[in-house]
Design a protein around this ligand. Structure first.
Ligand code: PLP
Length: 420
């Protein structure tokens, strides 16, 4: 850790929350250099839905490397890319009667968000984008302009323009109807809000505090986008690839976004891979108009295809995710109940947020949890929400052990606060 502390930029973050050198990992377990074994409930912020070093996916990558398959080919056609698109189309899209074209963008989620916003602005000739309170879309200027967090916005040090924030579902409290507000200002010729090129939304806000949008709210936002001639974009970077129980996080609401943004667990192995799914009718790019050196990395396409083949050809995996998600939710609800329901639990499928209401409780709890062998992060406007993002492939026993550690850590935190 000494080298990290002295040589790495002050900007480093996760190595502060989890101060250890991690040398190996398998499934839901990480091992430190000192031989400590810790359960991982962070899963690369959602990039490791199938666990660390998934052995079956690893076999596909090893085989590809052994065969001298093309690793870097810009966006030239390779069997890896052809097979990925064919598999995604047949296993995911056709099953859901969806039809999209694939745009492989630069490797990060932010790269893909930028491409989606750029395409929407190009198609509509408008500049404004509607995004939502507590939304998070990445760190590049266009993506951060659509993200709510002040700490991140301030770090940009230039005016962030081109977006208007609207209240996310539930933001104004349950008595309000925030979708009605969005409708009213977009329909009103004198509301002061420019007609948008796009409406950009997460169905569950990951970084923003595990805020869950309801089916009706999402459907009315989608309908509104259509009415005002805006491109409807779902950012499924963190909540896609099975996190909420189904492959896409918007399936429960039967949405049909114009553009879907995917990254994080798309490669299935933690390798960088991002893409847009674009409805054919709005694929308005000129050839080469949006480019980049690292688009559709072939190793990531190979592992991504392996993950689709392994987990998504039938309903079994999805059902297992929903079952484990329900188990986790029941445990967390029970923990909240024990504490007189002063805490709130939110989530869908295998993502849960335990809202500790204060930064101090959440911070002390996750620190204690790490000492006891659990990696768990926080999210929300003041990092007051403990975020449960275990691998979807975790076994129930390990999941239960992690939840036990969280429960003990919370209880001890509350007891020591009371004692002091
Ligand atoms: C992580 C994330 C991003 C940004 O992805 P990066 O790879 O970090 O650029 C964008 N949107 C959502 C919803 C995310 O969770």
């Amino acid at each position: 850790m000494k080298t990290v502390e002295t040589l790495e930029s002050n900007v480093r973050s996760y190595s502060r929350s989890f101060p250890a050198v991690f040398s190996r990992a398998r499934g839901s377990i990480m091992f430190t250099e000192g031989g400590r074994k810790v359960i991982d409930f962070l899963s690369g912020a959602g990039a490791l839905n199938y666990g660390h070093n998934n052995q079956e996916i690893k076999a596909a990558i090893s085989e590809y490397l052994e065969s001298d398959g093309v690793v870097h080919g810009l966006d030239m056609a390779t069997p890896a890319k052809v097979e990925f698109m064919e598999t995604f189309s047949s296993v995911i899209l056709r099953e859901r009667t969806l039809s999209y074209r694939f745009q492989f963008t630069g490797p990060t989620g932010a790269n893909a968000v930028e491409a989606a916003l750029k395409l929407s602005r190009k198609i509509t000739g408008r500049h404004n984008v509607i995004s939502f309170t507590n939304g998070y879309h990445g760190q590049s200027l266009g993506a951060i302009a659509a993200s709510g967090n002040r700490f991140y916005r301030k770090a940009s040090s230039i005016p962030l323009s081109g977006t208007t924030f609207m209240p996310y579902d539930g933001y104004l409290g349950s008595a309000d109807s925030p979708a009605d507000y969005v409708r009213k200002v977009l329909m009103d010729e004198s509301s002061g809000i420019d007609l948008p090129a796009a409406i950009l939304v997460e169905t569950v806000q990951g970084e923003g505090g595990i805020n869950v949008a309801g089916k009706e709210w999402l459907q009315s936002i989608q309908a509104l986008a259509k009415e005002v001639g805006a491109i409807f974009i779902v950012d499924d970077i963190q909540m896609g690839c099975g996190r909420t129980g189904e492959f896409f996080s918007f399936e429960f609401a039967a949405l049909s976004p114009d553009i879907v943004v995917m990254s994080k667990s798309l490669s299935g192995y933690g390798l960088p891979l991002s893409m847009l799914l674009i409805k054919e009718a709005i694929d308005a790019w000129e050839p080469g108009e949006h480019t980049g050196t690292f688009r559709g990395n072939n190793l990531a396409l190979v592992s991504g295809k392996a993950a689709l083949t392994l987990y998504w050809r039938n309903q079994t995996f999805s059902q297992q995710v929903q079952r484990l998600g329900a188990f986790m939710r029941r445990r967390l609800d029970a923990i909240a109940h024990q504490h007189g329901n002063k805490f709130a639990v939110r989530g869908r499928g295998m993502v849960c947020g335990f809202d500790c209401k204060t930064t101090e409780i959440a911070e002390a709890t996750s620190h204690r949890a790490f000492e006891k062998g659990l990696i768990i992060e926080r999210c929300g406007p003041t990092d007051q929400v403990v975020k449960f993002l275990p691998a979807l492939t975790i076994d129930q026993e390990t999941l239960g052990q992690g939840l036990d550690i969280f429960e003990e850590s919370l209880t001890e935190t509350l007891n020591s606060a009371r004692g002091s």
